[in-house]
Design a protein around this ligand. Structure first.
Ligand SMILES: [Zn+2]
Length: 299
């Protein structure tokens, strides 16, 4: 496709581009475990220092900000999850785990899931197929070595996928991906018109704390949304999912949500969900397994 003359792209070419990765059959189960009204899948992208390093930088101050995520953010998040007896998924770049393997223990000991999130939070879309495959495997091996469990879920760093990412996720045997946005509910991923058997647990920037609350000096991004407004958006996303009997999936970052003025958002969101009725709190892996086993077209 010529970016200066996109209108000249032949139909065969634009169809092929669109079909590289596409939503396949919807995976919206008729019921959730225990007769729950809806499912809640909370996730934390534990990028820490690799948020900076993945962009090819190592500014001392910015690395300390990442370090806060591990030292302060994660314990605060774990305390809230423990108090509500809720399990969640932590997508962790391999290098972020290797920097301090002992810091992974409290997460896995509490029964939370660890998912693949790049080697060093590198931009996946810039990788050639062989490099991407090698890094995905290496990240899986490193996380397995650190945590004792083989990850079954994948989330592309920055949600920046290469044309090969989903094919590789299928080829390497992951049960699910969580980087795509074609629905609020789970669906099966298709690559080039072929069903992959991989479940997508979709994300969205609207359900991502960093979109509203991240501070960056360069490129200059400022948090313009108040914590109260962020809570209101997340709560409305949950309420509608509850009313529809669907899935509420949320992305947070320990170095974004883990501050004294913000951690209450997580606390009150869980309290609000529990107050509304029967809700199934589950890891992404549990949600993916359930929707696949209860896919609507099964007899
Ligand atoms: Zn990330």
């Amino acid at each position: 496709m010529n970016p200066d003359r996109v209108w000249e792209t032949p139909e065969e070419e634009w169809r092929a581009l669109i079909n590289r990765v596409r939503a396949g059959r919807p995976l919206r189960p008729k019921e959730w475990p225990g007769g729950a009204r809806c499912a809640v899948a909370l996730s934390f992208d534990a990028d820490h220092e690799t948020f900076e390093m993945g962009q090819g930088r190592a500014a001392i101050g910015r690395l300390a900000w990442g370090e806060f995520g591990r030292r302060v953010g994660v314990p605060r998040v774990l305390e809230v999850l423990h108090r509500h007896d809720v399990r969640a998924s932590f997508f962790t770049p391999a290098v972020a785990a290797l920097i301090d393997p002992a810091a992974m223990r409290p997460i896995t000991d509490a029964g939370h899931e660890i998912g693949v999130h790049g080697w060093m939070h590198e931009n996946t879309s810039r990788l050639d197929r062989a490099t991407e495959r090698e890094l995905m495997l290496r990240a899986c091996d490193a996380l397995e070595q650190v945590t004792g469990q083989r990850p079954v879920g994948h989330r592309a760093a920055q949600w920046d996928l290469s044309p090969h990412t989903i094919e590789l996720v299928a080829e390497l045997g992951f049960a699910y991906d969580s980087s795509m946005m074609a629905d609020d509910e789970c669906y099966e991923l298709m690559t080039n018109g072929t069903p992959t058997g991989v479940v997508e647990v979709p994300v969205e920037w609207v359900r991502d704390d960093a979109v509203y609350l991240m501070f960056n000096r360069d490129p200059a991004t400022r948090p313009w949304t108040s914590p109260e407004a962020v809570f209101d958006i997340f709560r409305r996303e949950f309420d509608a999912a509850f009313d529809e009997g669907g899935l509420f999936q949320l992305v947070m970052h320990p170095f974004v949500i883990g501050y004294r003025s913000r951690i209450w958002i997580l606390d009150q969101l869980i309290a609000h969900a529990k107050a509304r009725g029967s809700v199934w709190f589950a890891t992404h892996a549990e949600v993916a397994a359930w929707v696949w086993q209860h896919r609507p077209d099964l007899p």
